[in-house]
Design a protein. Sequence first.
Length: 234
Amino acid sequence: MAAESSHPRGNDPAHPECLTVLGLLPPVTAEDVKQAYLAKAMAAHPDRGGDPAAFIRLQKAYDDANEFVKFKAGKIEWLAAKIEAYAQQQEVASETIERGGEIEMEDADWLRKSFGEDFGHVADKLVTVRLRGPRADDVFAILLGFRAESLKDLATLDLAGGSITDEGLLQLKELKSLRSLDLRGTAVGKLGAEAAKWFENLEFLGLPTGAVGMLGRLGMPRRLKLVVGDPPAS
């Protein structure tokens, strides 16, 4: 593994942007990716004074670089595993849209350049789910929880104004990558205050009135922006 030069190579499918961010040149191994990430994460972590946006970019580069390593090691095996996960993401996306919500996908551009449009989309990531109103209910939360393994890149979940309760909220516990969770105007109760402890990367938490008291507010992580009340009118 060689050190990265200052020349950008992010548009080269043999050298995707994630390697540039990590300061790596191919060929790389999973251990190379891990060590490069750890070296940069120490300085980039917000708890150490780093820029949150830069740290998020570093984490994304780490995830993408690991995918790149697996892809290069065995394209057919990698593709088979991705197809199943993609199908489950599409199930969630379709259900969200059918219920009147919207989703955002993040493209895996480097893979499209390597594999072409026919298969490149299987590595696309579902990063945002927005579903407001009564159809954002416990049944929908159960679907999200059931597909959590395939939703490891879901960063934004907006269920504000929905009918989700504490029972439904429990189903979301395995969505470990959440950075923004909006439950304002829902039927979530006291369990809402516990959500901040479940998601170590959570930066925004919206809760309905009465879901968190003064002690609960004091116990929230410093990184977290807590907003309590009803969601703004759309």
